[in-house]
Structure formats: C-alpha cells, structure tokens
Write a protein that binds this ligand. Structure first.
Ligand code: FAD
Length: 421
C-alpha cells in the first residue's frame, strides 16, 4: 500500500487549467493527490500573462461544479461574439459583419490570478503541492509512489515525451505570430461586452474582450498575425511599452475603427504582454518511461491549438472533467488501455475544436465564407455559430462540412421567405 487513501494516489505534473481542475476534483472523491508545479503560487501571480483564457458556459459550469468559480461576481460577463471582416484596402473596408449572443455568458479570469489562487485552494482542501520541474527521472519516481501519473504540463518541454500524432497534426510549423496585451482604458461601445473578432484576410486577426485580473477588470488585446505578413512585427520589441506602440500602429493601419477605441490604453502591469507562436500539435496520450511505466497526457500536452478560436482552456477543463469521471469509475490498474480510452473520450470534444481552429488558420473555404455572409442576414446562423465556441461538437455537421453548410444555409433562407398565399 503506497498511501492511506481508500481511493488511490494520483500525481499530476503541472498546476495549470487542466491539472488543478482535475486535482481539486479528485480530492472531492477522496483521492490522495499530489500536484507538481515548476512555479510557486507567488511566481505565477507575479509572473507574465500566459493566456487570454476566454471560457464559455460548459467549461464555466464544470468549474462551478468543482466549487472553483470564485470570480463569477467580479468578472466582466462576455455576452456574445461579433465577427467583422475587412478587405485589405487602404483604408480597410468592412465587407461583412455579424454578432450574436451566447446562451449564457463567457468569462476570462487572468490565469495568474486563477492558478495561484487555485494552488492555495488545492492545498487548503488537502492536496499536496510540490514545487519542482518534473523530469523523466522524477516521473519514474512518481510512478513508484502513485497509482496513476498524469502529465498536464501544457507547453512544457516534458510534453515531448508524448509522440506527435502525424495523422492528426496537419501543420508542422506555427501558423500565426501572436501578441497579447492586457490593458486598461479601452473604450467600449455602450451595451454588452463581446468577443470581438476582426479579420483582414492575409494580414491577420485582432480579438478583444474584457477580463478580470488581480488589479480588477481590464481588456485583452490579442493579435494573430499571418506569418511573414505586414502584421508580423512583434519580434524584437524592447519592452511592453514598445509592443503597445506597435499594436496601436497595427490597429491604425488595419483596424481603424478599433484604433480609435485604443487611443488611451495602458498596460495593466509590467508583465501584461506576451509574444510567441506555437505549432498546433496532437500527441499520443500515453508515454512509456524507460522503466516501462506508463504516464497519461492531458489537455495541451496532447492537443495544442492556436488560440485563434479560444478553445484550449475550455478543452483543458473538459479534459479534466472527462478524466475525473474515467478515474473515479475505474476499477483495477490504470494501464495503457485505461489511458487511451480516457483520451478517446476527450478527443470527441478536442477533435472538432481542433478542426474548427485549423479551419480558421487556413484560407477560408467557400462554405465557411458563405456561412459568415449568411450569419449577417440570418441571426439564427450567428447564434448557432457562437454556441460552437462553447461546444464545438456541433460544428462537425455544418461549419466543418461543406454539404451540411450549404444545406443549412438553404434551409434557413427558405424558412425565412414569406409563404405564398
Ligand atoms: C496567447 C494565448 C491566448 C489564449 N487564449 C485562450 C482563450 O481565450 N480561451 C481558451 O480556452 N484558451 C486560450 N488559450 C489556451 C489556454 O491558455 C491553454 O490551452 C490552457 O491553459 C491549457 O491548460 P493546461 O493545463 O494544459 O496547460 P497550462 O495551463 O499551460 O498549465 C501547465 C502548467 O505546467 C507547468 N509545467 C510545465 N512543465 C512542467 C514541469 N516539467 N514540471 C512541473 N510543471 C510544469 C507550467 O508552468 C504550467 O503552470 C490561449 C493560449 C495562448 C498562448
């Protein structure tokens, strides 16, 4: 017997969205849980921003059911989304726009605030937090001490233990160059706050929405530049102030209506910016250590997508919920078959989220263009599209399927035509 708990001992590497949600969930079921984090709560709280972490209703509901929705009151509600497409002319001309409300609001809580608080909450609820950068040698050790070892280390190097699944990873290099800024002073039009998605084909995308940081409500500006394009200017900025100057110049040139709103913004703190790029990658969920022990990958370790469609933290939460249910109903050894089955269930969400995201990264196919045009005319299409952010499984039969898309547009158009007498 390796532990005192009746339910078994689980070690999770990584105190991020996935690891902490799962770890705290397992504590509720009486498991002995250890979370290994390469950063302490204070290092996370005082560190650099990591994400824009817009989370939709299903993921927020999972957090709520684990008693983890600690900021529901203070966090600005994001009521829906808008999509504005501009032609790359000078000045850029708006050629399509639609907006829709979500059935229930989305929210974004700065992961620095969320993870540092959750780590303390995890310990308060009886979990063991170890501050260490896990290596293969330490994974071997955790396998000796635990019934199950899960690697939830996000983009950490240790994720490379898990083999890339080439059949599910169409890209071998990053598709966007990212810049993210947390600001105050962004002017908002009256009315509900939205996820505002602006695109200039061939140049890139600009997303903005409100969030909650330690210092209070703020706004996030996320730039997704096409690689090598005119907006790919983030590298080499000396500091956050220079990045903000570059961001404002990009807005003035490509998104002038947004530029006016961002005239007076300032960064919320010295770590409020992030630049980078990532290669969308799907990995196999089971890694075998030199000793033969197996460990299970979760969330970003197994499925990492570009943030353009804001799916990663939502996926991480759904993964935690699925793994929690798989673990708690499992009897017997946590072997490779258990691990593959748990991941396969996660993949039912992660696959459409991945395909949906990859479609946004690629030249827009005709059916998707038609859907956006139709959404501007028929609000029902926009509403259904917006709900796919919450549950991308619905995207499979229309956003990801040309035949389904054309049939759907046709059906909605017919239904809206006045009936002849
Ligand atoms: C710019 C940007 C914007 C984004 N916007 C959104 C959005 O709007 N909506 C959305 O849903 N998703 C968004 N995402 C994605 C989302 O942030 C991630 O998908 C999500 O945080 C993944 O959760 P995770 O638990 O798998 O990994 P993480 O949250 O990254 O947590 C992993 C943790 O493991 C730690 N770690 C790494 N290596 C080790 C090690 N060897 N030992 C111990 N600890 C280790 C890391 O320090 C980290 O704390 C965005 C991502 C980026 C980069």
């Amino acid at each position: 017997m390796r532990h005192n708990s009746l339910r078994g001992a689980v070690t999770i590497v990584g105190a991020g969205q996935a690891g902490l949600t799962l770890g705290i969930g397992l504590l509720q079921y009486g498991y002995t849980v250890t979370i290994v984090s390469d950063r302490s709560p204070d290092q996370i709280r005082n560190g650099r921003v990591t994400s824009s972490q817009c989370m939709f209703d299903m993921a927020n509901g999972i957090e709520r059911s684990f008693g983890l929705s600690l900021w529901d009151e203070e966090c600005p509600k994001i009521a829906g989304m808008s999509v504005s497409a501009f032609a790359p002319t000078e000045p850029p001309a708006l050629f399509n726009q639609w907006s829709a409300r979500f059935a229930r609001p989305a929210r974004s809580v700065d992961q620095r605030l969320k993870m540092s608080t959750w780590m303390e909450e995890f310990e308060r609820r009886g979990g063991q937090l170890v501050i260490d950068t896990a290596s293969v040698a330490s994974l071997e050790q955790y396998c000796q001490e635990s019934d199950l070892v899960i690697v939830a280390a996000g983009k950490g190097e240790i994720a490379q233990l898990f083999e890339r699944d080439t059949s599910r990873s169409p890209f071998t290099s990053p598709q966007r160059s990212l810049a993210m800024l947390y600001v105050s002073g962004l002017e908002r039009p009256d009315g509900d706050a939205l996820v505002e998605f602006n695109v200039v084909p061939g140049v890139g995308e600009y997303l903005t929405y409100p969030a909650l940081a330690e210092t209070g409500p703020c706004d996030i500006m996320l730039f997704e530049a096409n690689l090598g394009g005119p907006m790919d200017i983030w590298n080499g900025a000396a500091d956050g102030t220079e990045l903000l100057t570059r961001a404002q110049a990009v807005l003035a040139k490509y998104f002038p209506s947004e530029s006016v709103r961002a005239r007076r913004v300032s960064l919320i703190d010295e770590n409020a910016t992030l630049v980078g790029r990532l290669t969308p990658t799907v990995r196999r969920p089971v890694a075998t250590l030199p000793s033969g022990s197996v460990v299970l990958g979760m969330a970003d370790v197994t499925v990492i997508n570009d943030p353009i469609t804001a799916q990663g933290a939502n996926n991480a939460t759904k993964c935690a919920d699925i793994y929690l249910r798989a673990i708690t109903r499992h009897i017997g050894k946590f072997d490779e078959e258990f691990m593959q089955t748990a991941f396969d269930e996660f993949w039912t969400y992660a696959e459409p989220a991945t395909d949906f995201t990859n479609q946004f990264l690629s030249p827009t196919p005709d059916h998707a263009r038609q859907l956006h045009v139709a959404a501007a005319e028929f609000p029902e299409i926009g509403r259904r599209f917006a709900e796919c952010m919450n549950d991308p499984r619905d995207a499979a039969s229309w956003i990801l399927d040309p035949v389904g898309a054309y049939q759907y547009i046709d059906a909605i158009a017919r239904a809206s035509r006045p009936k002849s007498a």
